[in-house]
Design a protein around this ligand. Structure first.
Ligand SMILES: [Zn+2]
Length: 606
C-alpha cells in the first residue's frame, strides 16, 4: 500500500507554521562549512500502524507489535499525548519496521580498495561508459562499488551504519575520507595494531600493561577509530623476516614473542582503556586446513577478556575426510558455549567472482597461486602492517568452496544466540555485502537452504551437517543480529533499536512472504528522521546538505609515555609519529565528516 505524507509541516512548540512540499529537508546547510548544519525548525513525524520489530525493547512480544512510531528532529520519542497532530504522517499498514541495520565488518575504505580497483581495472566500468542515474554511477563493479553506489546499495538493504575494520594508522586519513564520500551512511573504523614494531617491541621488552594501554589509547584517538583490530597477530611482521607460517605459540623471529602474548596483552589493553568493542581478531592461519586449532588457541589466549573473532568461517577448518578439509563449525560453536567472552562474525562466502583484500600478507602470499584472474598485489605498509589483494572466484563445482559456503551457514545456525554471531561476508572477501538479503532468506527458511544445498558439490553437501539443522531464524533474530546486537557490541547506545532517544534511522519493509525480496527493497529508509531512499530511489536531497557521522571511541590518553613512543616510532617509521594524529578540525573541515564520540551507559544492558 502506498503511504501518505501530509504536505503541511508545522511546529507547535515554537508557533511557526511552515508550508512546504512533503519531502522538505529540514537539515539546512550551515553558512560556514566549519559548523554542522543547523536545525531550522522542529518537525514531528509519525509512522502509523506498522509492525515494529525490536526484541531489545522492554516487554517486547515475539514477532513485534503493531503500533505507531514517533520521531522529532531526527530522534525517536515516546508517543505524545492523545490528540497530538504530527507534521508528517506516514501510513505503515502492511509493513514491518526495524531500526537501521549496522554492519560491523565491511571493507569500504582505505588504500587497499583503491589497489584492488587498480589491479582489476578490466572489471571496472570505463569512466566514459558510466552514466548517471538519480545522481549515481549507473554502472559499477558488483564487488568493488564506488562510494556513491556503496551508499545506495547499503541503504537499499536498510543499513544505515557501517564499519571499516582494517584502518592501518598511516592510512586512517584516506580511510575516513573515502567513508565520508559514502553519503547517507554513518561510518567508523577499527585501528589495526599488533604487527607494528612499536607494540611488538613494547611487549618484547616486557613493558608494564599501563605502557601498552597508553600506546593503544594514543593510537585509537589519533586515528579517530572506535575499536582495535589485530590481523594474524605478529604474523604479518614475521613474514617480513621470511616466516611463512605462524601458530599461536610460535615465537616471532626477531621479537621472540608469540601471537598468543600479543592477543592477551591487546585484549587486556582494549578492556582497560574502556573500549566497548572487544579486541577484533583475524586469527592466525587464515584459510589453512586444520586452523580450528589456532582459533581455539586464540580464545584461550584471550584469558577470559572479551574477544571478537572475525570472519570465523575462514578459521573453522579441520583436516578430516578424503579431501583433508572438513568443517569444524561445531567445535567453534561449542567453544562459544563454554566461553561467554567470545563473539564472532561469519564471513559467509557467495559463489561468483570477487576480490580478497587483506592485511594478512603472509596468507595472501600463499593465496596468490589461487588468484583468478591470475594476478595479485602484495606489499608492506610503512612497517605497520601489510596488504594482499588477490582476485578470487568461488565456484560450486569446487569441493572446498562448497564446503566453505556450508561452514558459514553452519556457524550461523549452530551458535544459538543471535547476539553473539553477526551477519558478514567480510565484503568483498567472501562476496559482496549485497548478498545479505539472500543470506537472511537462507537463515529464515530451511527448505530454501535444502534447495541451495542440493546445488553445491555433492561431496561437500554430504560432508556438511547443514541438512540436519532445522533451525530457522525469526524476524526477531534477524533484528538482533543486524541491529541491536551490533549496536551493543560497538557501544552505540543511540541506534540499533526503536526506542525513545535513539536516532531515527528507521527502515520500513513491505511485508512479503519472499524474505529476500522484502529485505532487498525497503519501501522507505529514514536517516536521522529524513526519508532518503524509497524503493531504491533517492527521494530526499537532504543527504547532499547533511554531514554523516564518523563514530569514534571516547578514550583518555595518558601523555606520560608519548615521548618514548615517538622515539621508538622514529626507529622504524618513515615519518614522525605525530603525523598520525588527525585533529577534530581536520575531520570536520578537510575530510568533511562529523566526529561523534560514542558512549555506553554503565547500567545499560547489552
Ligand atoms: Zn575483513
Amino acid at each position: 500500500m502506498d503511504h501518505k505524507v501530509q504536505g503541511e509541516h508545522r511546529t507547535r512548540d515554537i508557533g511557526i507554521r511552515v508550508y512546504s512540499p512533503p519531502n522538505i529537508h529540514f537539515w539546512q546547510p550551515s553558512p560556514s562549512a566549519r559548523h554542522f548544519p543547523r536545525l531550522f525548525f522542529t518537525m514531528l513525524t509519525v509512522l502509523q500502524g506498522s509492525r515494529l520489530i525490536d526484541p531489545s525493547a522492554p516487554g517486547a512480544k515475539p514477532g513485534g507489535t503493531i503500533a505507531d512510531l514517533w520521531w522529532r528532529d531526527g530522534y525517536l520519542i515516546k508517543a505524545p499525548e492523545k490528540g497530538t497532530v504530527a507534521d508528517q504522517t506516514i501510513d505503515g499498514s502492511g509493513c514491518i519496521t526495524m531500526a537501521g541495520g549496522i554492519d560491523l565488518h565491511t571493507h569500504i575504505g582505505g588504500g587497499k580498495i583503491t589497489l584492488a580497483r587498480m589491479l582489476l581495472g578490466d572489471q571496472m566500468p570505463p569512466w566514459r561508459e558510466a552514466t548517471r542515474v538519480n545522481g549515481e554511477d549507473a554502472a559499477s563493479c558488483e564487488f568493488l562499488p564506488s562510494a556513491s553506489v556503496t551508499a545506495s546499495r547499503y541503504l537499499d538493504m536498510g543499513y544505515t551504519t557501517c564499519f571499516e575494520p582494517a584502518v592501518i594508522p598511516c592510512n586512517a586519513r584516506s580511510a575516513h575520507a573515502e567513508m565520508a564520500d559514502i553519503r547517507g551512511l554513518d561510518t567508523g573504523g577499527y585501528c589495526l595494531l599488533g604487527n607494528d614494531d612499536v607494540l611488538l617491541r613494547l611487549i618484547a621488552d616486557d613493558e608494564p600493561q599501563e605502557v601498552i594501554n597508553a600506546y593503544v589509547a594514543w593510537m585509537v584517538q589519533a586515528t579517530r577509530c572506535i575499536a582495535v583490530k589485530v590481523v594474524n597477530p605478529g604474523g604479518i611482521n614475521a613474514f617480513k623476516f621470511n616466516e611463512r607460517e605462524m601458530d599461536v605459540d610460535t615465537q616471532h623471529p626477531k621479537y621472540g614473542i608469540t601471537p598468543g602474548q600479543i592477543i592477551r596483552v591487546l585484549c587486556r589493553a582494549v578492556s582497560e582503556i574502556g573500549l566497548r568493542h572487544p579486541l577484533h581478531v583475524h586469527c592466525s592461519n587464515l584459510g589453512v586446513p586444520g586452523n580450528i586449532d589456532s582459533t581455539l588457541a586464540t580464545i584461550r589466549a584471550a584469558d577470559g577478556y572479551p574477544i571478537h573473532l572475525t570472519h570465523a568461517q575462514f578459521h573453522s577448518y579441520g583436516t578430516e575426510g578424503p579431501y583433508k578439509f572438513s568443517s569444524s563449525a561445531a567445535k567453534l560453536a561449542d567453544a562459544l558455549k563454554a566461553n561467554p567472552n567470545v563473539t564472532l562474525d561469519v564471513g559467509q562466502i557467495q559463489f561468483g567472482q570477487t576480490v580478497t583484500i587483506s592485511a594478512d600478507a603472509m596468507h595472501q602470499f600463499d593465496n596468490r597461486n589461487l588468484a583468478k584472474p591470475r594476478k595479485s598485489v602484495l606489499l608492506d605498509i610503512e612497517c605497520e602492517a601489510g596488504c594482499g589483494v588477490v582476485p578470487f572466484k568461488y565456484a560450486r563445482r569446487e569441493f572446498v568452496h562448497s564446503l566453505q559456503w556450508a561452514i558459514g551457514l553452519e556457524l550461523f545456525l549452530m551458535v544459538d544466540n543471535p547476539s553473539r554471531v553477526f551477519l558478514t561476508t567480510d565484503h568483498p572477501n567472501g562476496g559482496p555485502f549485497t548478498a545479505y538479503p539472500h543470506l537472511i532468506a537462507l537463515l529464515t527458511d530451511r527448505s530454501l537452504r535444502e534447495t541451495a544445498l542440493s546445488e553445491i558439490h555433492s561431496d561437500a553437501a554430504a560432508a556438511s551437517s547443514l541438512a540436519g539443522i532445522d533451525r530457522e531464524y525469526s524476524l526477531d533474530d534477524i533484528a538482533v543480529m543486524t541491529r541491536s546486537a551490533p549496536a551493543s557490541i560497538l557501544g552505540l547506545s543511540d541506534r540499533g533499536r526503536l526506542q525513545p532517544g535513539c536516532v531515527a534511522d528507521v527502515v520500513v519493509y513491505e511485508e512479503n512472504a519472499n524474505i529476500e525480496t522484502m529485505f532487498r527493497t525497503p519501501r522507505d529508509v529514514f536517516k536521522q528522521g529524513v526519508r532518503i531512499r524509497s524503493r531504491g530511489q533517492n527521494v530526499e536531497t537532504a543527504t547532499a546538505a547533511r554531514r554523516d557521522s564518523t563514530l569514534v571511541a571516547s578514550v583518555e590518553v595518558d601523555p606520560t609515555y608519548v615521548p618514548k613512543f615517538r622515539d621508538m616510532h622514529a626507529r622504524t617509521g618513515t615519518f614522525a609519529m605525530d603525523r598520525l594524529q588527525i585533529s577534530k578540525g581536520e575531520m570536520d573541515d578537510v575530510i568533511g565528516t562529523r566526529l561523534v564520540e560514542t558512549t555506553w551507559p554503565e547500567n545499560q544492558d547489552g
